[in-house]
Design a protein around this ligand. Structure first.
Ligand SMILES: [Zn+2]
Length: 235
């Protein structure tokens, strides 16, 4: 009994489908390789937390500077007040009032400084938390990258094995049947050989006439699905 032409093509289809899957996966790996997009959110959050911290610290320094200046002014004015250099009572009174006003201002600035210290402390905690979150995410990303590298190596190996098997099958295949197969691969989304399962073509899901299924099972020549035109394989 002559060999059925479809047998080699069925195997070739299996190999080609596996190669298609490997190529698709390899393309996704290439896309993910070195791509830091998954770290964008944690990077943004970390940068924002540090910007907030810098702002809080700058506000704190600003308050410290204001306080320092005002204390120096009060010291100078108090000295002047008790130096005996100012004799005019009106001038003394004004100076006294100014010192008192500055002291009230100092007191209010001191309250604000204390409050700002809490703000800075909270911002420090938030920045440390954002740093830790970033570090964890980056470590996970690096692990993923290593896994992708390993997977890529495995795919390359599998691909080499499949290509070798493909070459052997191509040599066994009937040349005309092979050309038909290749053309169908291109025109039918990669699937040239469709299995018949529960009386329907698995390429287009249309029910196959019994006679067609019978021929697909026994004919040495290729049998095509009357609906989608793919090569039918029935076991
Ligand atoms: Zn079909």
């Amino acid at each position: 009994m002559a060999a059925r032409k479809v047998e080699v093509l069925r195997e070739l289809q299996e190999v080609d489908s596996a190669l298609d899957q490997i190529r698709a996966r390899a393309a996704r790996i290439a896309e993910a390789w070195g791509n830091r997009a998954p770290l964008e959110t944690v990077t943004r959050e970390r940068d924002a937390a540090h910007a907030t911290l810098r702002q809080a610290q700058a506000a704190q320094r600003d308050l410290d500077l204001q306080l320092e200046k005002l204390r120096a002014k009060v010291r100078a004015d108090s000295e002047k007040l008790y130096s005996g250099r100012v004799r005019n009572p009106r001038e003394l009174q004004d100076l006294q009032a100014e010192v008192e006003q500055d002291q009230r201002l100092i007191s209010s600035l001191e309250d604000r400084t204390l409050a700002q210290m809490d703000v800075v402390e909270a911002a420090q905690h938030a920045a440390a938390a954002a740093d830790a979150q970033y570090t964890r995410a980056e470590e996970a990303w690096r692990r993923d990258q290593l896994a992708l590298r390993d997977e890529h190596a495995t795919l390359k190996q599998q691909s080499a094995e499949l290509l070798a098997r493909r070459q052997a099958l191509v040599q066994q295949a009937d040349p005309a049947a092979l050309r038909t197969y290749e053309a169908l691969r291109r025109s039918k989304g990669g699937l040239a050989v469709a299995r018949v399962f529960q009386h329907s073509c698995q390429g287009c899901r249309v029910t196959i006439p019994t006679s067609e299924e019978q021929r697909a099972r026994t004919s040495t020549e290729l049998v095509f699905c009357s609906s989608c035109g793919r090569i039918l394989y029935a076991s």
